[in-house]
Ligand binder design. Sequence first.
Ligand code: ZN
Ligand code: ZN
Ligand code: FE
Length: 752
Amino acid sequence: MPEVKSILLRMRGRVQGVGFRPVVFRLACELGLRGWVRNDASGAEVALAGSEKAIAEFRATLPGRLPAAAEIRSVEEVGEPTGLPAGFEIRISADAGGMRTAGILPDLATCPDCLREILDPNDRRYRYPFANCTHCGPRYSIIERLPYDRDNTTMRGFAMCPACEAEYRDPGNRRFHAQPNACPVCGPSLSWVSANGSVLALRDEALRAAAEALRGGRIVAVKGIGGFHLMVDARDGAAVRRLRERKHRDEKPFAVLFPSMAAIEPVCEGSAAEKKCLESAAAPIVLLKKREGADGLAGEVAPGLPWIGAMVPYTPLHQLLMRELGFPVVATSGNLTDEPICVDNEEAVMRLGGIADFFLAHDRPIARPMDDSVMAVSEGEPILMRRGRGLSPYSLPLPGAPDGWVAAGAQMKSAVAITAGGNAVMSPHIGDLDHEGSVRLWVRALNDLTALHGLTPVAAVADLHPAYASTQGVEELGVPVQRVQHHHAHIAACMAENGLEGPVLGIAWDGTGLGTDGTVWGGEFLVCTRAEFRRAAWLRPFSLIGGDAAAREPRRAALGVLREMGSAHSPPGWSKGELGVLDSMLQEGLNVVRTSSAGRLFDAVASLLGVCQAMSHEGQAAMRLEALAGDMPADPYPFAWQGNAVDWAPMIETMLRFREPVAVASARFHATLVEMMVAVAKREQVKDVCLSGGCFQNRRLLAGGVKRLRAEGFRAWQHREIPPNDAGICLGQLAVAMARTFPRGRIPVSLT
Ligand code: ZN
Ligand code: ZN
Ligand code: FE
């Protein structure tokens, strides 16, 4: 066959660490092409020499041959390759200097082939907790630098044995260039450690000891992909209570790790969409509805809620442990409440020694901490509550965006983002920055994200709020800082995710965010483009006493709402003396803020209905209301306008007057909020309506709003990939900054 052509192709997308190069290798060999493939910082380069027909066939066939996790987003011809070998070869990666984004892969759940091997007594990886291949295994949690090669991962310290090396070099093998490839001879191994740090057992003996301890109701800290989990028998109420006490966690629901999908069946309901999420390579925690009367779990797991955060094993270690147990365990982040998750073995013994009875640890270091991802499904659509393990890093194309812009995010549920290679790249969930440990983690995440992409920050974007640790953090970088209003950032994130330029009507409902007028916003209707916004309407503001305490005590919101309406009615949960003090504080404006927050309105209603007076964790009151409302059909309460403010006073009056069962009142409250959205949409007459902010984690509110807006002829847009809560703020900040700094025409902001 005459050789008529040679080309060099640059491919971008998810092409590293997913078995991409072996597929290229095999296809090129089949077609008799010479050349090479290698990773570079922005993806992979493929050099091909052969007949024009064979090259064309290669390009046509490759997409259909890709492994499940791989995806080619673009192919570019970048000229003639040099130094072509006699055959086809996989080359080591190009130099990493000045490298940009390469679509770093998230950690992937164990594939069926690896699972089969660890369960096969004749396989050399039988019962090996760290088996992986090009289709599965750790990625982002072990990557220290780009490009993705073993020497740049935390697997660097493990030299492959001859058998692993042979697999790694064999283009026909599933482990061809599988960077974390390992086996019992050469790879990481388990250890069983006491609460004070002494090693009690190793390897399979450690695994069996852990199972024995969990069966006995003990609390075991298990090192997984993104950090340590605290595990305890989820059927054992006393054991779960002990974990709550030691962790200082009152009522916040615990996630449950089930041995298998089949084991979930008797305990929780699950739609096809929910099951698909559970079984996906990301293997997140998925909120499922508890079955009525099911008694498979202790009530202490998720007190007062009809949902269970469920997940299934996603590493060989979890597979083996859970098969050994055969019952569900609580699997919660290894930390004290509100502190970051533990990753290092010694750190774990120090910080968790007072919580865990034992540790099941291993010697593969974790490059960066990651909590489990959390999601729910509403009307078949995913709602992300937390992007962590398996779903990080997340990148959204921002074509033309210059490299090195960093976004600080918000204060709660924080995450950071940077621009790199025409993308906004978002860090995993960091947490609430009210604790020193989380602030350290925030700094670390920002440094990590920039270093990983070989960048130095050139500019920064932060929230308007001067006291946010994230705002202060980027002020220290010594680069220009732009400030973006919190709710504008929420809506810009929703616009960016959905590829909208605006104008849109943004409905940004959350707990709190500083407004441009110095008051606390949170029930906002903003007409906006990416660069600008106009505050078209808002929920009627009321006064909140007591700063931070107000956000934890729905009865304070209830008092504010009643007094705003001129009602002398006493909300539940206060003594006469306390009320006297609070009323005089209100009158004098002492330690009082004005807020239009939808989240606080939820709190007020929860208090007035006697559902919740003081919260052990954020959003608890709203979650209870959502649970009570279920999907019961309900008529809205009346509401009114007061200038540009949507007045909820008629709603509260009616609610208090009728005293219906709380479930009915809660359903009617949700229905009223939906009609408020529709009323503003009708007034503003903007076709596209974006829903964002933490309140839209409430499935009844989200689904109800979307449905009614669509019925009225509006296009309603919601988040699918980015959490609607403050985790999405960093992406919104970048979208606003890009639109302001590089106006239309200079930067193409249409997104794929
Ligand atoms: Zn595998
Ligand atoms: Zn080996
Ligand atoms: Fe917010």
